[in-house]
Write a protein that binds this ligand. Sequence first.
Ligand code: HAM
Length: 431
Amino acid sequence: MKLVATRNKGAKDILPADIHKWRTVEQVAADIAECYGFKEIRIPTFEKTELFVRSVGETTDVVQKEMFTVTGTESSFTLRPEGTAGVIRALLQNGLMNEAAPQKLFYFVNCFRHENVQKGRLWEFHQFGAEMAGSHSPAADAEVICFAGDILKGLGLQNISLHINSIGCPKCREEYYKVLREFLSPNREKLCGTCQSRFEKNPMRILDCKSDICKGIAEGAPLITDYLCDECREHFKRLCGILDEMGVEYVIDPKIVRGLDYYTKTVFEFISDDIGAQGTICGGGRYDGLIEEIGGAPTPALGFAMGLERVIMAMESQGVEFMPEPGCDIYIASMGENAQGQAMKLIRELREAGHRAQGDVMGRELRGQLKYADKIGAAYSAVIGDSELESGKVTLKNMKSGEKTELPLLPLADFVDKFTDISMADMFDED
Ligand code: HAM
């Protein structure tokens, strides 16, 4: 029969051999989040479609082309294409906005976007993200940017450049949209269908179109940076000043517009040249209008998200070290029924004492058991048979060096204590 259990190309299995890489990133990100005073939040995988339409924006590629949506007779639900909208919805719905400002949350989420699959671009991918609500100050922007940068640095990544820009507020955009429309209008008919529909509502989105024709038409378009209102210009200047004082390197990149509509003022991206065309590892910015847009009191907010597949790809390509794969400290082989029971008891006690201990559950002969111990990379092995039970002694073997040491088998508790008091290496030194 044909195998029906095949996976689709837009999603990836994360196999046991790679889990330590994910754990490395998750641990470093969570530790740094806590240093910055962010608390973790976990939200549902899907939300009402309307939430994403209102927040991400109806003229974005994400909403127009990429959402996984289930529509019923009364409501429509969508698998989250990103984490911000759901986190802000949760903040509002659970009364967390009443706590002392700023509210600071971080999250790990899987996200879904029906994009053209390529290296670093999947239908289901994972993000680590953080959101801070309540502050207008450019100091908050600097804090959030440094937070993201510290994670990348903490993971050992190098050659990641930080690009920042300000895309202003609705006030600046009024004037800017006028000049941008003027610039684009001679080629309006040549724009792709999606961009033609964006022309009136949100012409800035045309600058972010993936079609080569639209990219060509947008070449040399006026930049929002030249149309910032006084407040936005001052905010951006102050942010740059703080980053300079903190010694954070960045490039001002007036071409960053970001693919989601909720951004105002600061936007930023961390980019790597080591992972191919999809080099944006992390993106974020300020979204001062979003909370009000989805029903809260007007509250400034900002955040970022990094794509974990891309982070891991960059770490792999730079040869960065991950946490070691979880291994086996000791394998206790047994011969005969009596010994098997004793071995399992001993293994359990070792585990209770925090050691990674394994034994035979396959009914293998001794040779097979030791071969298996070798295969799983056990650091030490011991064999328990009738003679060990009789003598009350067991021989521990260092699987790497072959060195053997005799230790008392009983009482088991003492034996376990010996393991817990000193490391295995020390135990050998002692003899
Ligand atoms: P975003 O730029 O759409 O921003 O996504 C953030 C990161 O997710 C990207 O920089 C990239 O690393 C990764 N990513 C995006 N799409 C894919 C994909 N199809 N396959 C693999 N990785 C992908 C946001 O999602 C905003 N919510 C970030 C934010 C939080 N802004 C403010 N707060």
